[in-house]
Design a protein. Structure first.
Length: 129
């Protein structure tokens, strides 16, 4: 798909077996922020979100959304592996940050919205696993 400067590529990075192993390791290793650090600000009111959130990446990076600024935790080996795989497909630069949103099940979700964070480069690539 290529629409309005949006280039979407579907790529299988890992086999089903590898993906299952990675998921199990992530479940054991990821440290999430406390819920009060990840609320959203909508119409002058704070709301909890139905997900756990964590951020890993290069030192001194932060992610700001809805009035929250999340520091990065140091990359752990499983996330380094994922970044290396994702970086194989970049033509320029490399990924150095991972935002993790962990939803409990298919019932937990955030309604349709648009991220309008000013500290994000609108031309940067995004990979979703």
């Amino acid at each position: 798909m290529n629409e309005n400067n949006l280039n979407v590529v579907y790529q299988q990075y890992f086999s089903k077996k590898e993906a299952d192993q990675i998921f199990e390791e992530l479940e054991r290793e990821i440290e999430y922020f406390p819920p009060e650090m990840t609320t959203v600000f909508v119409f002058n009111k704070r709301y909890p979100v139905p997900r756990k959130v964590s951020a890993y990446g290069d030192k001194n990076l932060t992610y700001t959304f809805s009035g929250n600024t999340l520091p990065t935790k140091p990359l752990i080996p499983i996330l380094v592996r994922i970044l290396k795989e994702a970086n194989k497909f970049l033509k320029d630069g490399s990924f150095n940050y991972i935002l993790i949103n962990r939803y409990k099940d298919g019932q937990d979700k955030i309604r349709s919205h648009r991220d309008n964070e000013t500290d994000m480069d609108p031309n940067s690539s995004i990979v979703t696993f």
